[in-house]
Design a protein around this ligand. Structure first.
Ligand SMILES: [Zn+2]
Length: 68
């Protein structure tokens, strides 16, 4: 994948966690799973081996791009 900022080729890899990975508009104090009814977006649901999502990294721009 080409980086949309600098146009260099990005490195393909994975983002991993022991728990679900999700995006929230506000930081939470206590959380374990995404609250989709309040706008959270699950990026990688929890499974037997934790959670993982394919991700592309640009070391020039310090950016990671993840599909959800
Ligand atoms: Zn870049």
């Amino acid at each position: 994948m080409e980086c949309p900022y600098c146009r260099d080729e990005m490195d393909k890899g994975v983002i991993q966690s022991a728990r679900e990975i999700f995006w929230s508009i506000n930081e939470k104090k206590v959380f374990f799973i995404a609250d989709v009814s309040n706008g959270d977006v699950s990026i990688a649901p929890f499974g037997w081996n934790g959670s993982k999502a394919e991700a592309y990294l640009c070391n020039n721009c310090k950016k990671v791009i993840i599909d959800f």
